[in-house]
Design a protein around this ligand. Structure first.
Ligand SMILES: Cc1cc2nc3c(=O)[nH]c(=O)nc-3n(C[C@H](O)[C@H](O)[C@H](O)COP(=O)(O)OP(=O)(O)OC[C@H]3O[C@@H](n4cnc5c(N)ncnc54)[C@H](O)[C@@H]3O)c2cc1C
Length: 510
């Protein structure tokens, strides 16, 4: 059953998580104003799945059950699915800044792949067990948080070498009916308003780390789980025209002897597979990050153009404003194109899941990680300084100042002053507030640091093929003769005589 946003908010009342916010325990996540922008943002992922016009991207058919499920709980089976997911993420992020729920899908796909691999290599029923779990969360239309990033302690040490064992979540005890875990996960998007957490390993492991190779599902109100969180966005701040309504909270998740029944355990010590699971998740998630930041880019593009026009300038008029706009568009559509390519060249996995093509997914993520700062710089350049200097909303109706401020707000004659003021506040909110800093950090580090992304590109890229290419040219003396030009098609941009071929439709379909 697909829930609406309101039903999702109501469903949170069925849980009693232990949540601390700004130094005090909160009673009801569904009613907490400081978390409301986060609940509202996730709610849009539900509402959009109910709207007929969005259903082609927001709803999918689960192949293993034929059930109609929310896109953010779906196992991708084809390039088309990957493209739809990318577009679904962009669509929701245009509306709310960060959709958050796509993490659920990224983790479900990676666990689908990893449990299949473990079962194929070692036997057991992990993949079947995961299949039952998947069908339940799809049927209940849940939102799952991803608890992957451990506290990590001393980064130069492996999990088993840490002085404080709780720096990584680990198995404390194995029982006949399940296992018991402890440890701290450092950053979990939306933690307080998730239904369940997917606990996952966040790095490669060696045999001595086996008790840290843990993957399982934990209800948000499991006994022994404490969430220490922050407000989502900037609730209650009238100047926060966007992030007062939609935002994202993150939580530190402390597990203290949390019992997990075997039916919710998907990895319990299989250290050899920890890296596979981490890398698969990173690939799915970086692909999603591309869609997310493209949606944010759409907001910057629209607002920057509106601000320039409200200032009386015509961006199309051949001034530097047009160049800046094109630079912004180039950045956003440049990394989004990597997401499209990653979807188009998606790779079928043995489990039947389609994985985004890794190099394009990682290159796109690396581009947006660093270019987010350029995106904000360009928006600032186009907008002018007013977006950080403007008086607060309390002055809008102050009889002593409002009339004089009208003179400040008035730009181009035919654009109402309050329109220019609203765009300025919007840009200040998303590019120059703590929400703006948050967008930078989630772009830079969310889904793994730039160094981790670079490493993935380096180890996945077929460097040896490029060396072999040049070696073959040298060995055949082709570089010394004119023959080389004709043999490779004689056309700029062509890498072979045939030129690039459009991939077959749904290349990733197994
Ligand atoms: C807003 C936001 C939301 C997030 N949401 C989630 C979420 O929902 N779930 C989740 O699991 N995670 C989440 N993350 C965490 C994200 O994946 C991490 O921030 C990221 O992996 C980097 O880890 P870190 O923050 O611990 O930084 P660190 O690992 O401390 O990295 C800091 C720097 O040190 C370098 N470094 C780290 N270790 C080493 C080493 N051994 N050798 C050399 N250099 C090293 C890094 O490359 C980087 O340059 C989120 C992050 C943000 C900012």
């Amino acid at each position: 059953m697909l829930m609406s946003g309101e039903e999702y908010r109501e469903s949170l009342r069925g849980y009693s998580p232990t949540v601390f916010l700004d130094g005090a325990q909160i009673n009801s996540v569904a009613d907490e104003p400081r978390l409301a922008p986060g609940v509202a943002a996730v709610g849009v992922t539900y509402d959009f799945a109910k709207l007929e016009r969005h259903q082609p991207v927001m709803v999918a058919e689960e192949q293993s059950s034929s059930a109609k499920v929310n896109r953010f709980l779906h196992i991708n089976r084809s390039s088309r699915d990957l493209l739809n997911k990318l577009e679904a993420v962009r669509l929701v992020c245009q509306r709310v800044g960060c959709a958050q729920r796509y993490l659920s899908q990224d983790a479900l796909n990676a666990i689908h792949q990893a449990t299949y691999r473990i079962e194929a290599e070692a036997g057991g029923d992990l993949h079947q067990r995961f299949g039952a779990y998947l069908h339940r969360v799809q049927a209940e239309d849940l939102t799952l948080g991803v608890a992957m990033t451990d506290a990590k302690g001393d980064r130069s040490k492996r999990p088993h070498e840490q002085t404080n064992t709780n720096a990584y979540v680990h198995i404390r005890e194995r029982r006949a009916d399940g296992f018991v875990i402890s440890g701290t996960k450092a950053i979990v998007t939306g933690a307080p308003y998730m239904h369940e957490l997917l606990v996952m390993p966040g790095r490669n492991m060696v045999e001595a780390d086996s008790e840290f190779a843990v993957c399982c599902a934990v209800p948000i109100d499991a006994k022994g789980l404490t969430i220490i969180t922050r407000p989502a966005g900037r609730p209650g701040d009238d100047a926060a025209v966007f992030s007062g309504r939609y935002g994202q909270s993150t939580g530190v998740c402390v597990f203290e002897d949390v019992f997990v029944p075997w039916q919710n355990v998907f990895m319990a010590g299989e250290w050899q597979h920890a890296q596979f699971l981490t890398r698969a998740y990173a690939c799915h998630h970086r692909h999603s990050c591309i869609g997310a930041r493209a949606g944010f880019g759409d907001l910057l593009i629209g607002a920057s153009l509106m601000m320039a026009e409200a200032n009386g300038l015509d961006a199309a008029g051949g001034t530097h404003l047009r160049e800046r706009m094109v630079e912004l568009i180039k950045i956003v559509e440049g990394f989004f194109a990597c997401g499209v390519a990653s979807s188009t060249y998606g790779v079928p996995d043995a489990s039947g899941c389609a994985e985004p093509e890794r190099i394009f997914a990682n290159v796109g993520k690396l581009l947006l990680s660093t270019q987010i700062y350029d995106m904000q710089r360009i928006a600032h350049d186009l907008s002018g300084g007013l977006i950080v200097a403007l008086p607060g909303p309390d002055e809008d109706h102050n009889p002593q100042t409002a009339a004089r401020l009208e003179e400040l707000w008035q730009g181009k004659d035919d654009i109402p002053p309050e329109r220019r003021r609203a765009v300025a506040r919007f840009l200040g909110d998303i590019t120059a507030s703590d929400t703006a800093g948050w967008f930078s950090l989630i772009s830079l580090h969310g889904g793994g640091s730039p160094a981790a992304t670079s490493l993935e590109i380096y180890r996945s890229y077929p460097l040896e093929d490029k060396v072999a290419l040049v070696e073959s040219l040298l060995d055949r003396g082709l570089l010394d003769s004119e023959q080389s030009e004709t043999e490779t098609g004689d056309q700029p941009g062509r890498c072979c005589a045939d030129g690039c071929q459009a991939p077959e439709e749904d290349k990733a379909t197994p």
